[in-house]
Structure formats: C-alpha cells, structure tokens
Ligand binder design. Structure first.
Ligand code: DAH
Length: 342
C-alpha cells in the first residue's frame, strides 16, 4: 500500500515536469477525479484492518493534499508561462492608428441661422419660433391670400383636413405675433417650411426660412432698405450692392425682391457667360415689403397709427449663394465629406 503511494507520488512529480495546462488537467482527473487513482486508494481504505488503515489512511490523505497543491501550483505556473509566451510571440504594432470617433460639424444651414441670429440680436430683434402645423387662416387668410391663390392648392401645400396644413412659409408668425403683441415689434422667426414639390435641383419639400417683422410708428421703406442692405453685407461681406426690384406678395404693399450683386461675376466679367446671374449681374435672394394695411387690421393693429415692414429670407438659398452650392439635396443627405467643408 505504502509502496503504491510512493509510486503515485513519483508518477505525479514526473508528469508535472514541463506539463502543458491540458496535461496537468488530465493528470488531475487521472489522480484525483471520481475514478482517479488516489481516489481509488482512499475508497479502498475501508477494506483494510483497523491497524493498517490508520497508517495507510494518514499517508493516503497526505498524498492527496500534496497532489492537490502540486497540481494547483503547476497550473498557475503553466498559465503564466503561456501568457509570457504569447506576449513574446504576438506583436502589437502600437504605431498603427487607432479607431477615431470623428467630431461632428455644425450644419451649414445651422451656421447660416446662427450668423443671421447674431446680426438680428445685435439690432435688438427678438427671436421666436412658431408651429409647423398651422391653421389655413394664419397661413393664408390673415395674410390677405385669396381663396383662388395657387399656393392654396392641395397640390402645392400639405393639408391636414380642411383647416390645418404644414406651413408653406414662416409668414403666418407675423399674424400670430401681431395678434398677441402691440408695437413696437421687432422680431425674426427661424424655422422649417413645407411645400408639395418634387425633389429636384432647385426644390426640396422641406426648406428653411427666417421671417422678419418690424412694426412701429413712422416705419418707412427707407428703413426696410437699410436693414436689407445690412443683411446682405453681413452674409456676403461689406460693400456688396443690393437692389430692390418691384414684385408682388399678397401680404405686403409695396413688395420687392432683394437682389444682390452677382457674387460670381459681380456683373462685370462679360467675357464668359455667368451661369449664376445669367449675365444680369444680379441674383434674386429674398422677398420683402411694407406690411399690407389689411394684414395689420386683421391682426388687431391700427394701420392709421402704425406701419411696418416684413421680409422672408430663404436660408437654403442664402447658404447656396454664399458657398456656390448648386444642389439643395446636399443639405439633406448629410454626407460628412460635404459637411466637413464648412
Ligand atoms: N412668404 C414668402 C415666401 O415664402 C416670402 C416673403 C416675401 C416673406 C415677402 C415676407 C415678405 O415677409 O414681406 O415666398
């Protein structure tokens, strides 16, 4: 019996020399597992007579404890060996660039809004936003737009039933502001607007406007022109020329288009045809006018006491003009290669 234990001890010692973690585990099963050899010896103790059992039992238990410790130690040593080996063999190229998380950009449309808001805040304007789902009354009727006007058609504007729609311009906020506030009023309204247009190189069904409204005593068209010039110069740089060209909007009288001197050819280079201004030297950028007395009256402001002007900036168009962007779809695709340029 004792001989057998000595033999097992020798076998374990030998087996543990330079053993792999797998070999060590196999040895543990072979010796200490349910059907292991040491386990078998321990199980056999019961068959021995009392005297022999005492000595053999102590020796067998001692061997089991020793084997357990040896195997545990060998296991952790082999594990450390393996780690060391793989560290030595696997090369990590620390000069390879890591995965970068790109920093985003402020969208060019948002940049244009920021730029405009900065100007209007410095001029003492308030900035307010309005509902995108509007009443037909605020979007059209209160703005003097008659029932037969083409923009009221269902093919031009997104309706919800008879009385509501997605606003097709920010002008309805003129009415909402005048309904709730007496002059002096000096306000701009940034926001998205919606039209039932097919997407092409000049149309997107969603685009961006900034409405302006100034109402006070003795406001005249000279004031309007001065502010229109300030806007153009703030966006395109000092010295840029503008002109007001007579136009028509139902809610202003008189109405005008603001044209800016062509930022490509400046109206001067006649050697090559200019595709932006079509050789006219001017680019049409936004609409404006003196608020129609009927609009003032409908909104609860006395046109005999007050007058004012309004304007509707096309923010996409201003951005395109500033950066010579020829396709407004780019604003909605959000391709980082495009956005990174601004
Ligand atoms: N609402 C007009 C549009 O979307 C733009 C506009 C023109 C707004 C003249 C105004 C204005 O306030 O006075 O086409």
């Amino acid at each position: 019996m004792l001989e057998k234990l000595t033999q097992l001890r020798e076998e374990i010692k030998k087996a543990l020399e330079n053993a792999t973690p797998e070999a060590i585990e196999a040895l543990r099963v072979k010796m200490l597992g349910k059907k292991g050899e040491i386990t078998a010896v321990l199980k056999g103790l019961g068959k021995l007579d009392a005297e022999t059992r005492k000595a053999a039992g102590a020796a067998a238990n001692e061997l089991r404890d020793w084997a357990q410790t040896q195997i545990e130690q060998a296991k952790s040593a082999a594990g450390a060996d393996q780690l060391e080996q793989s560290l030595a063999n696997e090369h990590i190229d620390i000069t390879l660039p890591g995965k970068r998380r790109g920093v985003g950009r402020v969208h060019p449309i948002t940049q244009m809004y920021d730029k405009l808001e900065q100007l209007f805040l410095s001029l003492g304007f308030d900035i307010v936003e309005g509902p995108h789902v509007e009443t037909v009354y605020h979007n059209f009727d209160a703005l003097n737009t008659p029932p037969h006007h083409p923009s009221r058609d269902r093919t031009d504007t997104f309706y919800f039933g008879e009385d509501f729609l997605l606003r097709c311009h920010t002008s309805p906020m003129q009415v909402r502001i005048m309904e709730t506030q007496q002059p002096p009023i000096r306000v701009v309204v940034p926001g998205k607007v919606y039209r039932n247009d097919e997407i092409d190189a000049t149309h997107t069904p969603v685009f961006h406007q900034m409405e302006g409204l100034v109402i006070d005593k003795n406001v005249n068209m000279g004031d309007l022109r001065g502010i229109m010039e300030l806007i153009a110069q703030h966006v395109f740089g000092n010295g840029v020329a503008i002109r007001l060209r007579p136009s028509f909007f139902p809610f202003t009288e008189p109405s005008a288009e603001v044209d800016v001197a062509c930022y490509i050819c400046n109206g001067k280079t006649k050697t090559e045809p200019c595709r932006v201004c079509k050789d006219s030297g001017w680019v049409e950028l936004w609409g404006c006018g003196m608020v129609h007395p009927e609009v003032l009256r409908k909104s609860g402001i006395d046109p005999d006491v007050y007058s004012g002007y309004a304007f509707g900036l096309g923010v996409d168009r201003l951005t395109s003009a500033l950066y010579s962007i020829t396709d407004p779809r780019l604003y909605f695709e959000n391709d980082v290669q495009f956005l990174r340029q601004f």
